[in-house]
Design a protein around this ligand. Structure first.
Ligand code: NAD
Ligand code: UDP
Length: 318
């Protein structure tokens, strides 16, 4: 297959590209490097089956030659990133998704949208199944991400219904692992980096809010299964092991063998109180189930950060 991956130089995108190259696919990486890094794909550039195009997908995507599949991952993903770039986030979720869909339509290619558990907002149904419509504040600060992704799902579904594009939607729940940026402001990277640097662990609110954390390798297995299928979705992809943020902080202490104090900060506006995927659909369709538990995943991620002292030193922890 020749697969175009938008957002390929980012955290999840680079792992996806690696998996596709490893199985023999050709990969065209399209990324504007707004939160991506050359370092994430530098090893892939050695492969003759990997091509890199520096491009903002809110403009027509300039890919020549055949395209069998488009995996659309381009978008800021960490809350500090999308709150810093609200208009760009809306643009990439709307115009960017339309351009990626047009590319798939032109080539008769499979289209995969990386949507998010954020479409469920602050969920009133728990755990979240795909038939839950969500509880999103459409004018709050997070709406630039949540509503952009909801629009992306809507336009993807319309391209399938109206133009017959073979589209698939996955809703990704909190994913972590090597290649997260030390200063991206997400909870796993922030707490690990703080613990490794002996700084206080920042907990927003009382730490009783929950998330369910999926190791990146497991996520990529689910992404590839969806890419290879003709399923429309949406399909939740995440690890249903749910933890409070306070429990996560304890695990981080355990895994890093350090005992920094906790520093409590105000809870951000509209921060969801609970989140856990029902993954029954992914299990039934693909036999997919995450294999890496949180302790093991945190250990691997901590080891990765620990082996990069420059990254740790440069981290401005929020
Ligand atoms: P990331 O920030 O590491 O990667 C996003 C990539 O998209 C970056 O390389 C960035 O440079 C690129 N990009 C952004 N805007 C672009 C544009 N206009 N044109 C071209 N490239 C652009 O984030 P990630 O964690 O790897 O997330 C990847 C995708 O998965 C995103 O769509 C995100 O919404 C989705 N997702 C991630 C998570 C998670 O926990 N990491 C959860 C739910 C959904
Ligand atoms: N969070 C925290 N400390 C941090 C960063 C985040 O307590 O240093 C909280 C945040 O308020 C949220 C949870 O951890 O309740 C997950 O945050 P993250 O940004 O990783 O993901 P998202 O909110 O997008 O699920």
């Amino acid at each position: 297959m020749r697969v175009v991956v938008t957002g390929a130089a980012g955290f999840i995108g680079s792992h996806l590209c690696e998996r596709l190259i490893a199985r023999g696919d050709e990969v065209v990486c399209v990324d504007d490097m707004s939160s991506g890094r050359l370092d994430n794909v530098i090893a892939l550039k050695e492969s003759s089956r990997f091509e890199f195009i520096a491009h903002d997908v809110t403009s027509k995507i300039p890919v020549a030659g055949p395209v069998d599949a488009v995996a659309h991952l381009a978008s800021p993903a960490s809350p500090p990133d999308y709150l810093r770039r609200p208009l760009e986030t809306l643009a990439v979720g709307s115009r960017g998704t339309e351009n990626a869909l047009r590319l798939a339509h032109r080539h008769g290619a499979r289209f995969l949208l990386a949507s998010t558990s954020e479409v469920y907002g602050d969920p009133l149904v728990h755990p979240q199944r795909e038939d839950y419509w969500g509880n999103v504040n459409p004018i709050g600060p997070r709406s630039v991400y949540d509503e952009a992704k909801r629009y992306a799902e809507a336009v993807t579904s319309a391209y399938r219904r109206t133009l017959g594009v073979n589209t698939g939607i996955v809703r990704i729940f909190n994913t972590y692992g090597p290649r997260m940026r030390a200063n991206d402001g997400r909870v796993v990277s922030s707490l690990l980096v703080q613990a490794l640097c002996g700084e206080p662990l920042t907990i927003y609110g009382d730490g009783k809010q929950t998330r369910s954390f999926c190791y990146v390798d497991d996520l990529v297995t689910g992404l590839v299964a969806m890419l290879d299928s003709d399923e429309a979705g949406p399909v939740n992809l995440g690890n249903p092991q749910e933890r409070t943020i306070a429990q996560l902080a304890d695990l981080v202490r355990e895994v890093t063998g350090s005992a920094p104090p906790v520093e409590y900060h105000a809870m951000p506006q509209d921060d969801p109180l609970q989140r856990r995927p029902d993954i029954g659909r992914a299990r039934a369709l693909f036999g997919w189930d995450p294999a890496v538990g949180i302790e093991e995943g945190l250990r691997r991620t901590a080891a990765w950060f620990a082996s990069r002292p420059e990254e740790l030193a440069s981290a401005v922890v929020t």
